[in-house]
Design a protein around this ligand. Structure first.
Ligand code: C5P
Length: 232
């Protein structure tokens, strides 16, 4: 599995995104496009970024009835991204339908990963609002197992959870991990953070890094530092 740094392009317009990407003269970073930018700019933003030669993780976190997810994934398939995702909460049937929709006629498809529990969901909220009584790590492990059984390629999780995911589901089952900060920088609103180097030691396959790169004085240097620490 090729380890890589994915930059979270959490911008609200195409203009801001291109202004940011224009700074990269020699490398073509793997980028994550989320709901904000996709809803604002539509599929055109994906095509434009692809044309510039970047790999794309389209982070839309689909969750609906299996038939709807299958059809939506068939639309996303034609955007030719490299990675996309669903909520594992949608059940194994939904995740299988997502794979069906995403698979091209030649049998290939973008990497498909699952969100287990959002990091914004606490164990207390899970119990009191969602009536899920089991401990959060157990729920995350079960949802990851469901994702693997459905045929998905991996999960989004904290770097701190990468070891247990790999131990129980194998080193081929990919962990894509946000919550990464440089040792000498601000945590922002992320509660549990690790450095790129620590994420590498913990076995993360991809780290998703937003503000430590996008808000840096020199984003290209920050990206290069991330790659150096994570990929080596
Ligand atoms: O700016 P920062 O490095 O915190 O950005 C992290 C990115 O990863 C954001 O796009 C955020 O939405 C996303 N993310 C996260 N935690 C999750 C899932 C996604 O921070 N559990």
């Amino acid at each position: 599995m090729g380890k890589d740094v994915i930059i979270a392009c959490d911008f609200s317009t195409a203009g801001q995104t291109f202004e940011f990407l224009d700074r990269f003269k020699t490398e073509k970073p793997f980028v994550k496009i989320g709901m904000e930018l996709y809803y604002a700019e539509g599929p055109a933003i994906i095509r434009a970024i692809r044309e510039r030669g970047h790999k794309i993780f389209l982070d839309l976190k689909l969750c609906d009835i299996p038939n709807t997810v299958k059809k939506a994934m068939a639309v996303l398939r034609d955007l030719d991204v490299d990675m996309t995702n669903v909520h594992a909460f949608g059940t194994i049937d939904m995740m299988r339908a997502a794979i069906e929709g995403l698979t091209r006629p030649d049998g290939s498809r973008p990497m498909l990963i699952a969100v287990t529990q959002l990091t914004s969901t606490s164990e207390e909220r899970m119990r009191d609002e969602l009536l899920i009584e089991r401990p959060l790590p157990e729920v995350v492990a079960k949802y990851a197992l469901n994702a693997k059984n459905a045929g998905l390629d991996g999960v989004v999780c904290s770097p701190l959870e990468s070891p247990v995911v790999h131990e129980s589901l194998g080193s081929d089952f990919v962990t894509v991990t946000p919550g990464v900060r440089f040792a000498d920088s601000q945590k922002g609103d992320q509660a549990r953070v690790t450095t790129p180097q620590r994420a590498r030691e913990l076995g993360s396959d991809y780290i998703v890094v937003g503000r430590p790169i996008t808000a840096a004085e020199d984003p290209v240097a920050a990206y290069q530092r991330c790659v150096r620490e994570f990929v080596g």
